[in-house]
Structure formats: structure tokens, C-alpha cells
Design a protein around this ligand. Structure first.
Ligand code: FES
Ligand code: FES
Length: 160
């Protein structure tokens, strides 16, 4: 069975016909063509597929597209404005928070969700917020530094 899905995706209203059983991850990557959201474990273990649904981090590999009816979904593609990186993107870039980069969109979206809820998180709050995301390259120290830096940039006026 298919249904009509209406949502706000990266700030724009969309209406699409989607199969009842299609995952949000597959809807975003294959139907919409937004490939910034990554497929990692495909089983809820790695966080590579993290997107924001009404500002809350959500694993797109465990979410049916039909369940985000009427909600706001933001992916990593939503962050850059007028050619400028957002605070979290700059944080990861300037503090060398990514290496191979495969996990980075998931870390970035979890971090954006954190800064939208809590613009001045402590280091332990950052670690808690990123606890569902796995990186096999960086050792996490640079990632935490990246989010601390992003919070500073956000405090100076940059969108998260
Ligand atoms: S791909 Fe979704 S948690 Fe790993
Ligand atoms: S930068 Fe390679 S998995 Fe995180």
C-alpha cells in the first residue's frame, strides 16, 4: 500500500506518494535524492543516519517515512545558507572533527539538535547527546572540541 506523505523537509513543504513500509532513510536518499544522510549499520546502532524530526534527533533507519506526516524533517543539506557553513559545520571543519567523514552528517545533526535545545551545553552534555553516534576514525576528542567551538560560534550569532 502507498500513502500520501506531507511534511516540511529542510524548510520546504513537500507532498510525496510513499509505500507504507518505506524507511525515512530510503525516502530521503532514494526518493528525494538527499544523500547527505548516510546508511551505516542499517540497524539502529551507529547514528550515521541521524536526522532531526521537529528538532529531535531521530534514526532514519528505524523510522518509517509515514510516521513523520505533518512534521519538520531536517537533514544535513539544510544547514548551509547562502554558501556559508553553519556553526556546527564550521566547528567540525575548523577543529578537524572528521576524518573519513562517513559518520559526520549524523554527528552534525545530533549536535545541531543539541544546540537548538541547549545553546550552551557542558562537555558532559555534549558527550551524552552524541552517545548514540559511533566514529571509527577520530577517537571522539576532536568531535567534542568541534561541538564546543560550534557552541561558541552559535553564541556569536551563527545558526547552529
Ligand atoms: S544506519 Fe541508522 S543507526 Fe546506523
Ligand atoms: S570520521 Fe570516519 S567514521 Fe567518523
Amino acid at each position: 500500500m502507498a500513502r500520501i506523505l506531507q511534511l516540511t523537509l529542510n524548510g520546504r513543504a513537500r507532498t510525496d506518494a510513499v509505500p507504507d513500509n518505506v524507511l525515512l532513510l530510503d525516502y530521503l536518499r532514494e526518493q528525494v535524492g538527499l544523500t547527505g544522510t548516510k546508511t551505516g549499520c542499517d540497524g539502529g546502532e551507529c547514528g550515521a543516519c541521524t536526522v532531526l524530526v521537529d528538532d529531535q534527533p531521530r534514526l532514519a533507519c528505524l523510522t518509517l517515512a509515514a510516521t513523520v506526516e505533518g512534521q519538520r524533517v531536517d537533514t544535513v543539506e539544510s544547514l548551509m545558507r547562502d554558501g556559508r557553513l553553519s556553526a556546527v559545520q564550521r566547528g567540525f571543519h575548523e577543529k578537524l572533527g572528521s576524518q573519513c567523514g562517513y559518520c559526520t552528517p549524523g554527528f552534525i545533526m545530533a549536535s545541531v539538535g543539541l544546540l537548538r535545545r541547549n545553546p550552551r551545553p557542558s562537555e558532559s552534555e555534549i558527550r551524552d547527546a552524541l552517545g548514540s553516534n559511533i566514529c571509527r576514525c577520530t577517537g571522539y576528542v576532536k568531535i567534542i572540541e568541534a561541538v564546543v567551538h560550534a557552541a561558541d560560534l552559535h553564541a556569536m550569532g551563527a545558526a547552529p
